[in-house]
Design a protein around this ligand. Structure first.
Ligand code: ADP
Ligand code: MG
Length: 425
């Protein structure tokens, strides 16, 4: 049974209709009341796209939408899972024999990943069974990390049910990035709008090609500057080794690389290697048949986007009177760079960004990997309701045709709270 798990916040259920409802559903499903609740938020990336894998920091914000789980440890060694959304089917398994089917991304597998992660971390040899009921408000598969929220929330539930704690510092250790809090200026809301274009399978190869283009740019820049190019993997490494600013890196890109696409032959010539070596030592398996690469544009995007993230953070900490204007401008520049230099936008995302700016957003950009998915816009609070109405009309109800999923596709969000465990007061 639950011992001294992670610090749990006492809450008044009567003041929380969503919790109250979840509790009632839990009782009718399992015949007893939940012992505790856990939540984990979704997140939206405000700025800093496609630069994490180049070694640069990004700026995600927790949103209000979350995964919420009501739970009760039980005497039997069985985990039972249910969902308030009936399209996610009930599931149950023994806690001692967790099988995760990687070929079928069914919802319970995400839960089991969080559960197993905690079991393995603590080497739990007698884990408790539990009954769980989940309620989620993050639109799935839209780049808002509903899956990660689900995994984290399941991890929290497992911790609490087994009377274990994990310090905050340890939680951050899972992630190699350092985390710094950034205080956003008041007076604006962030609006997430889904383009309703799914980032489909084809996008996966776009993604892999971008990763490789960044690596090739790293090699060519390193070679031209006399660095040990074979050891260099990320654009950030080049900057660190040269010890120069991002602005200087942009100048170096201008000097060293050309805007015309590079053929594999030219890349080999620059690096002094054979085609075979290029294929076996640098290019990954899944992009062996790509024959031209845009290195100048990708490197320009990465170094300029990394500089925008730092600038965004600086403006937030200095909070000048025109902070919102300045942040909006950075978001707009970021979108233009994604569209022109990184080519990870699509006509629908560009249209949605234009519509958002037309109806009063101070800044608007694609968020997530791109090629579909969502935009994030910064909208003055006093213009918010008109903004939502107009965007809905222009993008989601064009020519009398409604796009699927409209209700879940456009919403304002405030910075959300972090993951949390709580109990009824
Ligand atoms: P993203 O993480 O960008 O939202 P993914 O495709 O990685 O998109 O994850 C979506 C999956 O997460 C869903 O298919 C489902 O399995 C799971 N998921 C998300 N929200 C819920 C929910 N409310 N209940 C159950 N499973 C959910
Ligand atoms: Mg996901």
């Amino acid at each position: 049974m639950a011992g001294d798990g992670p610090a749990a916040l006492p809450v008044q259920l009567v003041e929380q209709p969503r919790l109250q409802k979840l509790k009632e559903m839990f009782i009718s499903k399992y015949g007893s009341a939940p012992k505790f609740y856990a939540r984990a938020p979704g997140r939206v990336n405000l700025i800093g796209e496609h630069i994490d894998y180049c070694g640069y920091a990004v700026l995600p914000m927790a949103i209000e939408q979350d995964i919420l789980i009501a739970a009760e440890p039980v005497q039997t060694q069985v985990v039972q899972l249910a969902n308030t959304n009936s399209s996610y089917l009930d599931f149950s398994t023994s806690v001692n024999n967790i099988q995760i089917n990687k070929t079928k991304p069914q919802w319970h597998n995400y839960f089991l990943c969080g559960l197993k992660g905690i079991q393995e971390h603590f080497g739990l040899n007698n884990p408790t069974g539990m009954n769980c009921l989940l309620d989620g408000t993050i639109p799935p598969s839209s780049g808002l990390s509903s899956s990660s929220a689900l995994v984290c929330c399941a991890g929290l539930v497992t911790l609490r049910a087994n009377g274990k704690t994990l310090s905050k510092a340890k939680l951050i250790e899972f992630n190699p990035l350092r985390a710094t809090d950034v205080r956003l200026p008041s007076g604006a809301a962030f609006v997430i709008a889904n383009s309703c274009v799914e980032m489909n399978k084809a996008a996966t190869s776009h993604y892999n090609i971008r990763v490789m283009e960044c690596r090739l740019a790293t090699k060519l820049l390193s070679k031209s500057k006399g660095l040990d190019w074979k050891k260099m993997l990320r654009l950030h490494d080049v900057q660190t080794k040269l010890g120069v600013s991002l602005e200087e890196m942009l100048t170096i890109v201008e000097e060293v690389l050309h805007p015309e696409p590079y053929s594999t032959e030219e890349i080999c010539k620059c690096l002094g290697i054979s085609l075979e070596e290029l294929h076996s030592q640098i290019l990954s398996q899944n992009i062996q048949d790509v024959s031209t690469f845009k290195l100048y544009q990708r490197a320009k995007h990465v170094y300029s986007e990394a500089a925008r993230v730092l600038e965004f953070q600086k403006i937030c900490s200095k909070a000048p009177a025109n902070a919102l204007q300045l942040l909006g401008e950075l978001m707009n520049q970021s979108h233009i760079s994604c569209r022109e230099m990184y080519e990870c936008s699509c006509p629908e995302l560009d249209r949605l960004v234009d519509i958002c700016l037309q109806f009063g957003a101070i800044g608007s950009r694609l968020t997530g990997a791109g090629w579909g998915g969502c935009t994030v816009s910064m909208v003055p609070t006093d213009k918010l309701s008109m903004f939502l109405k107009n965007v809905k009309k222009s993008y989601y109800q064009m020519d009398g045709q409604r796009l699927a999923g409209e209700n879940n596709s456009l919403f304002a969000t405030k910075p959300g709270r972090g993951a949390l465990v709580f109990v009824e007061a």
